[in-house]
Design a protein around this ligand. Structure first.
Ligand code: ATP
Ligand code: MG
Ligand code: MG
Ligand code: MG
Length: 567
């Protein structure tokens, strides 16, 4: 394409709202424009690169035996009610009514729709396994859309769903997707880690995230240099030895008292899954009921947060109060900095915690009540460690005990083994060999196509702009005639342009009447991997300059050899 005819309105200034480099460069390089918070239009360059990522993903999905479909963005509430997620999903799900008053949502993910499709058509184990995928726009009403394409509200995802007769088959499907994701990340040139992950809103038991390493990533991951165990901190197993954990920053004990056991169980279940930022450790009773929560950091600010959070989640809580650190000491029989039992499943301590809940904790009475206090090591030996705080660098690896390294990552892909969560709820069954109806075993596999575009830039840029890997560059080469009034220069540039095109190279011709400096700036900003510069003096000597985007200096190449040299 000739730049003079193209829609590439580059900008000199960073957009005010942009915090990360990919966001800045995608706007400045005329790859996209924002239309509303977290919602973007892709312009010609941006859409070419998006399609290249899609194509690589598509090739690897097809190679892995998945078949492409396209499901709708608008989904009826009935399916979500069947799975139970209409109530569970929360405000990220954008819901609306049609003119007849029926409820719909904009799909943030497609487990319900795909399960509905497959249950209607697949009735026998002989039709399995099946893996269906699509590349489609998702909508999630994110609380904090930010970082451009990294956390949008409307974004393009590749989502695949596997259906198998049994768990063994489903795990095999999972492995196949896992390997395909590896290949995709390698083809895109990512420095990445596949990490063990929490299963969050989607449900299921086995799960890995593909994390692209970048300082700007919103996720934290830890990896063990000795055994290789790598996990999202939300999930990572850490080894804790009594007395070795420094609880000194945890000054407060929050006591949650609930009227009935059911609620305690709910609180417990929820917090186990996603320990909230400000919650450090949980205290369990002998029968594994949550009785207290230790929060991190500053009392005043966190008290309000914890209260608001727990009230919003579990309205039935009858009493919620904060205790002082001397009360924690009293409760644990150890100084706060040595509050070993907290967060561990310790039967003796639980008795104390429960009785304290009844009477209310009173620091003044601790002497009288001293028979209730227990001491780690003296009164019991903890057997099971359940430290629910998130892992961080320097913690001990839960698998081998070595020290974890910490990294930040961008979650570009996520694979889940779902089991029968959706098939059982939505009655998606098949007849097995013995003639019994069985819910199908499912897996789901997502890739953030547009988040990948941003992640590539986070890992490939310099002060002047984007540095595309060849596989996703919108164009491979840019030919720059420096003097567009000079007929010889224009003729040579045109010939090189035509020659490269004839060899299947995707090439731009910067035929605009601009100063050389501006042409160089634009070429660097939009990140074209190879630049061919045609100048008056060089043409007289029979040479042009060829420079790779990452290279410091250009090479002089005889005009006659350029096409062969470049392609
Ligand atoms: P996150 O933890 O970043 O919110 P998620 O775990 O909610 O992501 P999944 O449900 O696992 O996301 O969706 C599959 C993939 O979709 C993610 O791995 C990510 O690459 C992409 N994705 C999810 N949310 C967004 C978003 N808001 N903007 C862009 N891509 C997204
Ligand atoms: Mg999310
Ligand atoms: Mg996530
Ligand atoms: Mg995820």
């Amino acid at each position: 394409m000739r730049l003079s005819q193209m829609f590439i309105p580059t900008r000199k200034e960073d957009p005010a709202e942009a915090e990360v480099v990919s966001h800045k460069l995608l706007i400045r390089g005329a790859y996209m424009r924002m239309i509303a918070r977290g919602i973007y239009t892709f312009m010609p360059l941006g859409w070419r690169s998006v399609r290249k990522i899609e194509e690589i993903v598509r090739q690897e999905m097809d190679r892995a035996g998945a078949q492409e479909v396209l499901m709708p963005g608008v989904q009826p509430s009935e399916l979500w009610k069947e799975s139970g997620r209409w109530e569970q999903y929360g405000p990220e799900l954008l819901r609306f009514k049609d003119r007849k008053g029926s409820d719909f949502c904009l799909g943030p993910t497609h487990e319900e729709v795909i399960t509905d499709l497959v249950r209607g058509e697949v009735t026998s184990y002989k039709q399995l396994p099946i893996n269906l995928y699509q590349i489609q726009s998702k909508f999630r009403d994110e609380v904090r859309p930010r970082f451009g394409l990294m956390r949008g509200r409307e974004f393009i995802m590749k989502d695949a769903y596997s259906f198998d007769l049994d768990a063994e088959g489903a795990l095999k499907s999972y492995e196949i997707m896992f390997e395909a994701y590896h290949r995709i990340c390698e083809r895109l040139g990512f420095e990445f880690r596949a990490v063990e992950a929490d299963t969050g809103n989607i449900g299921g038991s086995r799960s890995h995230e593909f994390q692209v390493l970048a300082e700007t990533g919103e996720d934290e991951i830890v990896s063990c240099p000795s055994c290789g165990y790598t996990a999202n901190v939300e999930k990572a197993e850490i080894r804790v030895e009594a007395g070795t954990v420094d609880y000194s920053e945890s000054k407060e004990l929050v006591v949650v008292q609930t009227p009935g056991q059911r609620t305690i169980e709910e609180v417990s279940k929820f917090l186990k899954k996603k320990p909230h930022q400000f919650i450090k450790t949980l205290i369990y009773s002998a029968d594994s009921k949550l009785v207290a929560i230790l929060v991190r950091g500053d009392h005043e600010a966190n008290e309000l947060k914890v209260k608001a959070f727990l009230k919003s989640k579990f309205g039935e809580i009858s009493e919620l109060r904060m205790a002082h650190d001397f009360e924690v000491e009293a409760a644990t029989g150890a100084p706060v900095g040595y509050a070993g039992p907290v967060g561990l499943k310790i039967p003796v301590f639980a008795d104390f915690a429960l009785s304290t809940l009844k009477d209310g904790i009173s620091g003044a009475n601790q002497e009288d009540a001293h028979h209730l206090f227990v001491n780690v090591g003296r009164d019991y030996t903890p057997t099971e460690f359940v430290d629910l705080r998130q892992a961080r660098g320097g913690d001990l690896c839960g698998r081998c005990g070595s020290t974890f390294d910490a990294h930040r990552g961008i979650e570009v892909g996520h694979v889940f083994y779902l089991g029968t969560k959706y098939s059982a709820a939505m009655n998606a069954t098949v007849l097995d060999e013995e003639g019994n109806q069985r819910p199908m075993e499912m897996g789901c596999y997502g890739i953030g196509i547009t988040r990948m575009l941003a992640a590539i830039i986070e890992q490939n840029h310099d002060d002047n702009g984007i540095i595309w890997p060849m596989a996703v560059a919108p164009y491979h080469v840019i030919v720059q005639p420096l003097q567009v009034q000079d007929e010889e220069v224009v003729k040579v540039a045109d010939e090189i342009y035509a020659g490269l095109k004839a060899h299947g190279v995707e090439v731009l011709l910067d035929d605009r009447d601009l100063r050389p400096g501006n042409k160089f700036k634009d070429a660097d900003l939009i990140g074209i991997p190879i630049r061919v510069t045609v100048g008056g003096r060089g043409v007289k000597e029979g040479i042009v300059e060829v420079k790779g985007r990452r290279e410091e200096s250009a090479q002089n190449i005889p005009i006659a050899d350029v096409v062969a040299h470049v392609h």
